[in-house]
Write a protein that binds this ligand. Sequence first.
Ligand code: CA2
Length: 149
Amino acid sequence: MAVVHGPNLNLLGTREPQVYGSVTLDDVNAALARAAAPLGVEVEFHQSNHEGALVDFVQDAARRVHGFVVNAGAYTHTSIALRDALAGVARPYVEVHVSNVFARERFRHRSYLAGGAVGVVSGFGAASYTLGLSGLVEHLRKEVLRPGS
Ligand code: CA2
């Protein structure tokens, strides 16, 4: 599984703790690695502040992973390129957000990614990522174990 962190998420835990909490991106990744072990999956992580670099990563990682956990940050609300990349690689993904985007400004209510996602987890702080990972693994298990597949 690959975990994609979009722009400014490298700042987690350093500013705006009232919105994003005090957990750092390294803490999030460590929690994901801990959660992945009992689920029987491996996770890799990628953070970029650049839209094209995120597109490149999705295309490249899709050759070796079964699915993605994606917090595209502000690109969630703007990026057709990232939506097309995720659709193009045909791997299931879960969209996650640290904050509850629906309790915030209207421009955060729109997601270009959600329509293609298995599901969306928003508002549980760093736990959104681990909840998203377990939902994704559950989805993949069902898909693989589906009768007739
Ligand atoms: O809640 C989320 O996870 C978001 O994806 C975070 C994005 C925001 O644009 C989305 O609407 C919701 C922003 C990430 C910025 O993270 C910061 C963390 C600490 C200090 C400053 C920014």
